[in-house]
Design a protein around this ligand. Sequence first.
Ligand code: SF4
Ligand code: SF4
Length: 90
Amino acid sequence: MLNSYTHNTLKYDPERCNGCKMCWAVCPHAVFELRNRKARLVRRQACMECGACERNCPTRAITVDSGVGCASLMIYAALTGKKEAACACS
Ligand code: SF4
Ligand code: SF4
């Protein structure tokens, strides 16, 4: 079962999105989906504020204050081998 973060700092500006899918690819909790070549924030409550989406977004459409979530992401990346899932502090 995923942790639930209802008051996280994740912000997304769809006007800046170019549909590259990186946020979808790196997010360990499937917070974003891609529809009609745009990212959609579909599971905000699942965001653990790891910062991977912000770090990998080429258009700065996403901002998030990464905190303890980055430690969780490092463990996730080590377990899954997803090196692109780098947190904002690495
Ligand atoms: S990484 Fe940024 S530009 Fe790429 S799909 Fe996600 S929000 Fe859009
Ligand atoms: S900060 Fe991490 S958990 Fe939250 S949406 Fe971005 S990649 Fe997903």
